[in-house]
Structures are given as C-alpha cells and as structure tokens.
Design a protein around this ligand. Structure first.
Ligand code: COA
Length: 258
C-alpha cells in the first residue's frame, strides 16, 4: 500500500500504520484522514492482519491535532461537514473496526490526535507523551468525538477540566486517569505494543470482533452526544472567537478573545 501521508507495513500478523507528516507534527489534514480510512478498511479486510498498531512518525508527536491551516477559513456549513465526515471516515470507523487497534502514543496527542487515540481500542504511551484537547483555545470545540469519548475514559469531571483548561496532561497522569494503559520509555513503546498484539493474536478473531461490538454497544446512548458535538463544532465556525483563535495560531501569537 502506497500513500502520501501515512506509512503502512505488515510484520507477520501485525500491521503498523504510521502517520507521516513530521514537519507538521503529523497534523491530520483531509487527505490523511482519507488515507487512514482506506488503510484501515484494507487492513480490516486482510485475513492475515490480526491487530493494527497506529503511531506517529518522529519522536515528538503522535498527532498534534486536526490541521488548523486547512480549516481556519471554514464557515459553519464546512465546519459541520468537517466533523461529520471525519467522525464517519475515521473516528467511528476505527472504534467499530473488527480488528483490534492499539494507539502507540509517541509524543503530543492533541485535539484530533487524542481523539484518534481515544477511538482506538486501547492506548499505550511513551513517557514523553503529552495529551490534551486544546480546541477551546482556538474558539472551537473538539469535533472528532472528544466530548464523548474523553468522559467515557476519564470520567466527566476530569474531562471537563481537560476540555475547559485546554491544557495538556503528562503520560503518567494519563495512566492514573485511565486514558492510557501503560507508560514506557520511547524505545520500548512499539515493542510493548507488539507484545500486547501477540497476546491478542493467540485468541479467536471472531470472538474479539464480537467483544468489540459488545463493549461498544454500551456507549450507543451517546449517539446523540456525537450529533450535538458535530452541530456545536460547526456553529463555532461562525464565531469571532474562532477567527481570532485560528488566526492567532497561524500568526504565532496569543489569541485576544472578546
Ligand atoms: N495544525 C497545523 N499545523 C500544525 C499543527 C496543527 N494542529 N500543530 C503543529 N503544526 C505545525 C506548526 O504550524 C509548525 O509548522 P511550521 O514549521 O510550518 O510553522 C510545525 O507543525 C511545528 O510546530 P511548532 O508549533 O513549531 O512546534 P512547537 O514544538 O513549538 O509546539 C505544539 C508544539 C504541539 C505545542 C504546537 O504545535 C501546537 O500547539 N499545535 C497545535 C495544537 C492544537 O491546537 N491542536 C488542536 C487542533 S484542533
């Protein structure tokens, strides 16, 4: 499989997807989301692939969010489409994949990056990783499932704090809060994910697919929440704060919200 923004390789029964835009800290632009969708779809349909590990290239970032430069000029309609399409193509798609997906968080996992890691079936982080949902600092809200999946993983109060402060938490705090299962040194990250993958592979793929479906079923009452998130995400694109927040990021200055 040859893509422009991601690398895909298969070693025995484990596939590894590496998001490969290191100069943009692996930010998710629309093309990358499309490519990830295709890769997950192909790998899920490949019988020899028993587990998928997703990570970011380089030592600094897993994914530093959705690509702000791509959506900074969007209005309400395009903003709403961005969230809806992204959720369908990637975030819900990964959550509901029959093949287990492990997120190997090798650095910054911010905004859409943390949302992607949270859509995976579970997460392992390197000790340098930092996680957060900084969207409100840009005048927008998390739009790729973050308002729904973060409370499911860390509880409502901690999720509210992370979303409202737009701050980052350390890998150790993320482990204490239940956001990641393990924290290891960076050079041990992929080996640990591979070890976990090999344990998973000893078990029935059919039963695992059924277990994924069953675990996810407990969260279907959040379907409305995902819809409201899309609506509110879209509406933020019509605000002055969104213009100011995204312009400030591109101009490398602090936002001055009214
Ligand atoms: N979208 C688009 N470009 C991004 C990006 C994003 N989410 N995150 C980082 N980049 C780009 C930067 O613009 C910069 O590009 P440039 O070299 O062409 O100017 C490059 O990646 C390196 O980032 P930089 O900000 O210089 O690195 P840093 O080490 O100083 O800071 C972060 C790292 C992660 C703290 C900072 O990049 C950041 O805050 N990113 C945005 C995080 C965010 O708000 N994500 C949610 C989006 S909804």
């Amino acid at each position: 499989m040859v893509f422009e923004n991601i690398l895909v390789e298969q070693i025995e029964n484990t596939a590894m997807i590496t998001i490969n835009r290191p100069d943009k800290l692996n930010a998710l632009n629309n093309d990358t989301i499309e490519e990830l969708h295709q890769a997950f779809e192909i790998l899920d349909g490949t019988p020899s692939v028993k587990t998928i590990i997703i990570t970011g290239s380089g030592e600094k970032a897993f994914v530093a969010g959705a690509d702000i430069s791509e959506f900074a000029n969007y209005g309400v309609e395009k903003g709403t489409d961005l969230a809806r399409k992204g959720q369908e193509l990637l975030f819900d798609f990964v959550q509901n994949l029959s093949t287990p997906v492990i997120a190997a968080i090798n650095g910054f996992a911010l905004g859409g990056g943390l949302e992607l890691a949270m859509a995976a079936h579970f997460r392992v982080a390197s000790s340098n990783a930092k996680m957060g949902l900084p969207e409100v600092s840009l005048g927008v809200i998390p739009g790729y499932g973050g308002t729904q999946r973060l409370p499911q993983l860390v509880g409502k109060g901690k999720a509210m704090e992370m979303i409202m402060t737009a701050g980052m938490i350390s890998a150790e705090d993320a482990k204490d809060w239940g956001l990641v299962n393990y924290v290891v040194e960076q050079d041990e990250l992929i080996p640990l994910c591979e070890k976990l993958a090999s344990k998973i592979m000893r078990n029935s793929s059919v039963a695992i697919a059924a277990a994924i479906k069953s675990v996810n079923a407990n969260y279907t009452n959040c379907v409305n929440g995902f819809g409201i998130e899309i609506e509110q995400f879209g509406l933020s694109f019509g605000t002055d704060d969104f213009r100011e927040g995204t312009s400030a990021f591109m101009e490398k200055r602090k936002p001055d919200f009214e």
